[in-house]
Design a protein around this ligand. Structure first.
Ligand code: PMP
Length: 504
């Protein structure tokens, strides 16, 4: 057989790596389906089965590619609803799970494959709530964790537009551990403890109201929230407080995982080897554009989820096509040393940007790890007035020169670098050169020059207003909304922000 593993070996691998709630059909005597054609499916020995179920018709009719030789099937032939979960051609799901696990600390041993970052985070919340028996979730200010209802509830990036009464009573929001603009800044002797203490206070307050903490969830580095890099030690302390309260720590690696931070494969590892989350969620880069995602957790959490007695069923989750793609992505990251590239090019990009900061007053802060870098633009380095319109101007001027960059964070004033991991030093030079020119012109227009920090207030205010109006005119009236939406996503929010600014 061309199959890589014997049936028994395949089943053992599944037991080891795949969440036990994902039941195997015909669990007393599972079938290993390796292919399908028309109304038939066949096992590794060539035995054909007439399929009267057809729940998932993956690749059944077009066995043209290597992927479609595998078939994911599920069956509920009797009321016990026993699964047959095809492990298909070289069983990409188990191989993938094993390889992913190899990148993680041993404790994180069980995978659930799902189809989007949102599905992964929603499952993470279910796992946390089932394991702890608690309900409350602590999330960070400006966080975004996904588009489904359960996640909008824990995504202040979105829900801050809702009224108080629409906010979920089980959700608590902690300050973003932002040492540039946040509550506790770089001049604080111990910002990690200060931010973690706030989480402890939130837990205490929740307890007083009768709440019980199921989980703290955070991106390992906040992305939409403005490229925020939490101070080292913050996660360890938060995890300690949360675990003392009976909760778990969920690290969202949907944007920042898979080697992007350069020095490590996972961004949570930047906090140190002594930190291991209880649940890690992965998305976007896992399939390099193909819809797949994953939740990895500990055996204890996975077993608790199973002990609820509820099977976990997901039609497309862990299908062989997605897993084969995921495996190919891991191969490319390794073979092309993309993590190493992220480290080298990221450091170079950051050093070029640091030089720009010496030159341009508009640049308030440069922060990043690997190819995850933020450049925060401010109109005043002391007051940290967000240079929102200027950031929009930068991304539009770059677009005219065929370079795509976005601006994000609560004030949309953080230039967000998160390029493909094959980004080169030449690419870094090109974009920084262009930004240099744009900032020079902007600063001239704004009369912001180094050694001239205290520009005449009135005069520069006048210029700021006219610049903002000019930008609004340019992007809201001359260019179509669609065009704006493509480059400057989250149009509604930005437009609101803009109009508010113009009104100021
Ligand atoms: N978590 C984070 C940090 C994200 O950035 C996103 C998507 N932007 C999600 C979760 C949700 O992922 P998806 O869009 O695949 O559902």
């Amino acid at each position: 057989s061309a199959e890589r593993f014997e049936k028994k070996e395949t089943i053992d691998l599944r037991k080891k790596y795949i969440g036990p709630s994902c039941k195997i059909f015909f669990s007393h005597d599972p079938i290993k389906i390796v292919g399908a054609k028309g109304q038939y499916m066949y096992d590794e020995k060539g035995q054909h089965y007439l399929d009267c179920i057809n729940n998932v018709a993956h690749g059944k009719h077009t066995c043209t590619s290597v992927y479609t030789q595998s078939t994911l099937k599920e069956s509920s032939q009797n009321s016990n609803s026993i699964f047959l979960f095809s492990v298909g051609h070289c069983h990409p799901d188990v191989v993938k799970a094993g390889r992913l696990q190899a990148t993680l600390p041993d404790k994180l041993a069980v995978c659930y494959f799902v189809n989007s970052g949102s599905e992964a985070n929603d499952l993470a919340l279910r796992l946390a709530r089932q394991y702890t028996g608690h309900k409350d979730i602590i999330t960070l200010e400006n966080a975004y964790h996904g588009h489904v209802s359960s996640l909008i509830d824990i995504s202040p990036y979105k829900f801050h537009q809702l009224s108080d009464t629409e906010q979920n009573q089980f959700v608590h929001v902690a300050s973003s551990p932002d040492v540039y603009r946040g509550k506790h800044r770089a001049d604080h002797p111990d910002p990690a403890s200060a931010y973690a203490d706030e989480v402890k206070d939130i837990i205490n307050k929740a307890h007083k109201k009768g709440g019980k903490i199921a989980a703290f969830i955070a991106e390992s580095l906040q992305s939409c929230g403005g490229q925020v890099i939490p101070p080292v030690g913050y996660f360890q302390q938060v995890a300690q407080h949360v675990r003392e309260a009976g909760g778990v720590f969920i690290a969202d690696e949907v944007q920042v995982g898979f080697g992007r931070v350069g020095s490590h494969f996972w961004a949570f590892q930047l906090q140190g080897e002594d930190f291991v989350p209880d649940i890690v969620t992965m998305g976007k880069p896992i399939g390099n554009g193909h819809p797949m995602s994953c939740v990895v957790t500990t055996k204890e959490v996975a077993e608790a989820f199973m002990s609820s007695g509820m099977e976990y069923f997901n039609t497309f989750g862990g299908n062989p096509v997605s897993c084969a793609i995921g495996l190919a992505v891991l191969d490319v990251i390794e073979k092309e040393d993309l993590q190493g590239n992220a480290l080298r090019v990221g450091q170079y990009l950051t050093s070029l940007l640091e030089k720009q900061k010496e030159k341009h007053l508009l640049i308030g802060d440069i922060r990043g790890r690997g190819l995850f870098v933020g450049v925060e633009l401010v109109r005043d380095r002391l007051k940290l007035t967000p240079a929102t319109a200027e950031a929009q101007e930068v991304i539009y001027r770059l677009k005219e020169q065929h370079i795509l960059l976005s601006a994000d964070g609560p004030h949309r004033n953080v230039l967000k670098f998160k390029p493909p991991m094959c980004f080169t030093t030449e690419d870094a030079e090109l974009v920084v050169e262009k930004i240099d020119v744009i900032l020079t012109e902007l600063e001239e227009a704004l009369d912001l020059k180094l050694n001239n920090t205290l520009a005449v207030e009135n005069e520069s205010n006048k210029r700021k207003v006219s610049l903002t109006l000019l930008i609004i005119k340019k992007y809201f009236f001359n260019e179509s909304v669609h065009d704006f939406a493509v480059t400057g996503f989250h149009f509604d929010f930005i437009s609101l922000q803009f109009l508010r600014e113009a009104a100021d």
